[in-house]
Design a protein around this ligand. Structure first.
Ligand SMILES: O=C(O)[C@H](O)C(=O)CO
Ligand code: MG
Length: 259
């Protein structure tokens, strides 16, 4: 049965971020993920995890200058120093939070830019991270984002991500399989899951088209959860969705899966 992680960036936003750990634990979650930890000292976040008996299972490297259109630095040519500083900071946080996986964000590729230069930069920066994280047993995930959410992001299809993972060729680098994006871009989710078996190590879920709870929309998540069990997937499933309304009121779907 999947191990569900509350996404504290998207869920429980009825309360301030630091109160969401308690809210998630009270709602029955044992695992959490969120996009970025860097606004808080790692010690403060670890104290919250310990206080409420939660395990951190994922966070991202920096998004960069979001106000100016950046969404990740690791693929931007000539920004390697910034990207590797962010990777080093992510390692510090992953160690402090005892977090097993870091999602390395790539970048938006502006129109008319040389796409292969971005891909090559990303491969080298991910290899740098893979080698720094390996001695600590920390994995890396790379994620495709649908153009509807993030136009011109380097990775669009799950197969773009798989191609980069294979080019990086390090055994602690995997696909982050976000079924919301996968349905928007690739579809054919059952066959896709079979094709990615063994190559993905973190899953995220949300309804399509509205990115709400997984109990609505065009994806039959019960079928997907059974599929994940069938292939022996025993990593985490991040609930990266915008609640329709009150977070707790929307957790009826979770009742039967409480870990
Ligand atoms: O947006 C997503 O689906 C990613 O998981 C993320 O955290 C940043 O793009
Ligand atoms: Mg995602």
């Amino acid at each position: 049965m999947p191990k569900f992680a509350a996404n504290l960036t998207m869920m429980f936003n009825e309360v301030p971020f630091l109160d969401r750990f308690e809210a998630a634990a009270k709602a029955g979650f044992k695992y959490v993920e969120y996009l970025w930890p860097y606004d808080y000292p790692a010690e403060e976040l670890k104290a919250k995890l310990d206080q409420y008996g939660l395990k951190q299972v994922l966070f991202n490297t920096s998004a960069g200058d979001v106000a100016n259109g950046e969404w990740g630095l690791a693929a931007i040519p000539n920004r390697e120093a910034d990207a590797r500083r962010d990777i080093d900071q992510a390692l510090e946080y992953a160690l402090a939070l005892q977090c097993p996986t870091v999602h390395i964000m790539a970048a938006v590729v502006p129109e008319r830019e040389n796409r292969s230069a971005y891909e090559n930069t990303f491969v080298e920066n991910v290899r740098y991270a893979a080698e720094k994280f390996k001695p600590h047993g920390i994995n890396i995930c790379l994620e495709a984002l649908s153009p509807e959410v993030k136009p011109n992001y380097l990775l669009k299809s799950q197969f773009d991500t798989l191609a980069i993972v294979e080019k990086v060729d390090r055994d602690n680098v995997f696909v982050q399989l976000d079924y919301f994006h996968a349905q928007n871009v690739d579809g054919n989710l059952a066959r896709l899951t079979d094709k990615l078996k063994g190559k993905f190590s973190h899953v995220q879920i949300a309804s399509v088209p509205d990115r709400h709870e997984p109990d609505e929309g065009e994806i039959n998540y019960q079928y997907i959860f059974d599929k994940l069990d069938e292939i022996g997937y025993d990593d985490y499933v991040g609930c990266e969705y915008k609640p329709r309304g009150d977070t707790v009121a929307g957790l009826g779907w979770f009742e039967k899966y409480k870990n």
